[in-house]
Design a protein around this ligand. Structure first.
Ligand code: CTP
Ligand code: MG
Length: 221
């Protein structure tokens, strides 16, 4: 799991993974879901200077291993993969954003199933809105939605292959996701069905959403 970002778009006094979401740190939700799904060992990349806060956020949960993350997401993934490489018998890995606290089990089952036939698998959802290209605030042209998908995490890979792909990735280049790193190494990546509940908490307003639902959701006020 990667939890070493700064959460700049969300703002706040601590990186978003340590902020409260549904009453508990975002990170705690994400980790609980992965542990419940049987992910083991669970390695979490965290910002080097937030170790204490991470330990507090995860107190009482199952066994996890913390490693210092890097300056980019893929550097954090790499750090966690290198740690896993020192564990024995790792055959498959799920790479997951801490910023996606809600993780339905069916998504994991589909991903793991897909690894029987392809070295990688990612959960995706269709694009439902119209898509346009634009520049300088002006619409230029419509873009067909056909064959376009929104990509989520966790992303599943055969461990040896994704480790080699990350080791071969130019660390200067930003990768949108791990499937991009896999693709650059020539690995086939299957598409499985994603889930709206896997949405990424990105902005401060993503934390407010639930409070709004609660305020308007009760008919007894
Ligand atoms: N991440 C990471 N190491 C980094 C950057 C990101 O481990 N150097 C993690 C984040 O903690 C998050 C996930 O990658 O769980 C997805 O990244 P994103 O949503 O972009 O989080 P941040 O980079 O923290 O947020 P922002 O881009 O708004 O600063
Ligand atoms: Mg980011």
């Amino acid at each position: 799991m990667v939890a070493a970002g700064k959460g700049l778009r969300a703002g706040g006094s601590v990186p978003k993974q340590f902020a409260l979401w549904r009453g508990e740190p975002l990170l705690r939700h994400s980790v609980e879901r992965l542990l419940a799904a049987g992910a083991h060992p669970l390695v979490i990349a965290i910002p080097a200077d937030y170790r204490e806060l991470a330990e507090t956020a995860l107190a009482g949960l199952g066994p996890v291993e913390l490693v210092p993350g890097g300056a980019t997401r893929q550097a954090s993934v790499r750090a966690a993969l290198e740690h896993l490489a020192r564990c024995e018998d790792v055959e498959r890995v799920l790479i997951h954003d801490a910023a996606r606290p809600d993780l339905p089990r069916t998504v994991i089952a589909d991903l793991v199933d897909a690894l029987k036939t392809t070295p990688g698998a990612i959960p995706v959802l269709p694009v439902v809105d119209s898509v346009v290209r634009g520049a300088q605030g002006l619409r230029q042209e419509a873009v067909s939605r056909d064959g376009l998908f929104r990509v989520q995490t966790p992303q599943a890979f055969r461990f040896a292959e994704i480790l080699a792909a990350h080791r071969g990735w130019n660390s200067e280049a930003e990768a949108g996701d791990d499937a991009t790193v896999a693709e650059a190494a020539g690995l086939a990546v299957a598409l499985t069905t994603g889930d709206e509940r896997l949405r990424k908490v990105t902005f401060a307003s993503d934390f407010e959403e639930l409070a709004m639902t609660c305020r308007t959701g009760s008919g007894f006020d």
